[in-house]
Structures are given as C-alpha cells and as structure tokens.
Design a protein around this ligand. Structure first.
Ligand code: APR
Length: 232
C-alpha cells in the first residue's frame, strides 16, 4: 500500500529540550547577540573572527547534546509514512535520531564551504573552524550557513515537497523568518495541519489548524502515536 506523505517543518523549538537555545524566546540567542554582528555577509566581511567564533561555539555545543523525544518520535513516523522533514535548524539532531529524509533550509553547522564557490562544501572534523583554513581554491572557508540577506537555495524544493503533503506538521518555530515561514502557503487546502509549540500561536493566517500547545518533547510523541494508530 502506498504510504501517506507527512511533511514536517521544524524550528529551534524542536531542539530546545536537547539544550540548544532558541533564537527569539526570552534569553534566546538573539537576546545575547546582534544578528547583524554574527549572521550576515556584512558581519563576515567586517569581523570574520567574531563570526567564526560564534559558529564554533554553536558547533562545539552540538557535539555535547543529544536528540530528544521529539526527534526520536519523528524518526518513528517512518514506520508507516513517507516522511519529509524540512528544518530551519542547522543542527543534525533529526539525522542522529534516525530520520532519513531531512532538508536543511538554513545550512548545516557541521559543514563548511568555500567563500568563493558555494558548491565546494566539506564536512568539518571536530568543532573548530580556524581563520586561515582554506578551500581547494585557496579561499577562506566559511560556515555552511544561510545568513540573513542571502538567498535560500533549498526553498523551491521545500515548496514542492510541501505542496504534495497529505498531512503537515509544524513544530517549534515562531514563523518569523521568510521565506521559510511562507512555506505554509504551499500546503494544499484541506490538508490536516498540526502545530506543536508551547508559546502563542504564530500562524493565525492558517485556517483549520490543530494547535497543540505543548513542548515538542511531550507533544510530538503523543501526536506520532496517534498518527501511527490512524495508519493501521
Ligand atoms: N518545544 C517546542 N517549541 C518550543 C519549545 C519547546 N520545548 N521551546 C520554545 N519553543 C518555540 C517558541 O515558542 C517559538 O515559537 O520555538 C519557537 C522558536 O522560535 P525562534 O526562536 O524564532 O526559532 P525559529 O522559528 O527556528 O527561527 C527561524 O531564525 O535566526 C533565524 O536562522 C535562524 O533558523 C532560524 C530562523
């Protein structure tokens, strides 16, 4: 039997219970850092040391944390569904939990790339990128991260996947950042949409949304159990 397609859009909230802080909650990363200082091409041009250090710290932390119950539950969904995860997160916790189909909209912390040729992407061994580390063309390596003001090359693919979803899940994102937040508009009308977030609903423009006001680590396993039961 053909499996139904579940598409899941995740944000920082899905990794919060693993110990990675979100961006816009109080005490979040953008309370501690100015986006313009660490996450823009201008910051890279102006103060490369600070940008490298910011992502080195994030990468170091990633080596110290583990997936949580939400990541594991989403991996379990693959038993009965064709699951596509579209994540805004740059961590690899979905993959480490066992999800096999993960599209990273905003890049990946554990990868680095050439600053002159975006197609030259490498896995970084360990957590530390250093000034002076160069690609095969001799240019400085930079974090493989989509910074504010840069194009988001994975958006067309993500939109196409979204437009063929039978069920759509949104977990732990403030839906503040475009174009990612606009993906929801590609969900076909009539498709069941579930949103898991302990905060306020950010998707007031989405009609017929099933809002589960819980943390990802508790809300996701419950919803996954329910969806697995429905598939039987
Ligand atoms: N479980 C689920 N959701 C949670 C949890 C939790 N335990 N804790 C917090 N949240 C929710 C918050 O209520 C909020 O809605 O996660 C969301 C986090 O929102 P943001 O911090 O804005 O993160 P995100 O939406 O992923 O940000 C998008 O912004 O800075 C950029 O590139 C960065 O990919 C990121 C993008």
């Amino acid at each position: 039997m053909l499996k139904k397609k579940i598409v899941v859009l995740t944000g920082a909230g899905v990794s919060a219970e693993s110990g990675i802080s979100t961006f816009r909650d109080s005490g979040g990363l953008w309370d501690k850092y100015d986006i313009m200082d660490v996450a823009t091409p201008e910051a890279w041009a102006r103060n490369m040391d600070m940008v490298i250090d910011f992502y080195n710290q994030r990468r170091k932390q990633l080596h110290e944390v583990e997936p949580n119950a939400a990541h594991y539950a989403l991996a379990r969904l693959e038993e009965k569904y064709d699951v596509h995860i579209i994540t805004q997160n740059v961590d690899d916790l979905h993959e480490r939990a066992g999800s096999t189909n993960v599209l990273h909209l905003h890049g990946e912390l554990k990868k680095i790339r050439s600053s002159v040729d975006e197609n030259l992407v490498y896995e970084l061994e360990g957590w530390e990128l250093k000034k002076g580390d160069t690609c095969e063309k001799g240019s400085q390596l930079r974090p493989h991260i989509v910074w504010f003001g840069e194009p988001v090359p994975m958006i067309p693919k993500a939109a196409e996947i979204t437009s063929t979803a039978d069920i759509y899940l949104i977990i732990g994102t403030s839906l503040n950042v475009y174009p990612a937040a606009g993906l929801v508009d590609y969900v076909r009308s009539g498709t069941p949409i579930y949103l898991i977030d302990p905060g306020e609903i950010h998707a007031s423009n989405i009609s017929d949304i099933n809002f589960i006001k819980e943390k990802a680590g508790t809300g996701t396993p419950k919803l996954v159990d329910e969806l697995l039961k429905q598939a039987n």
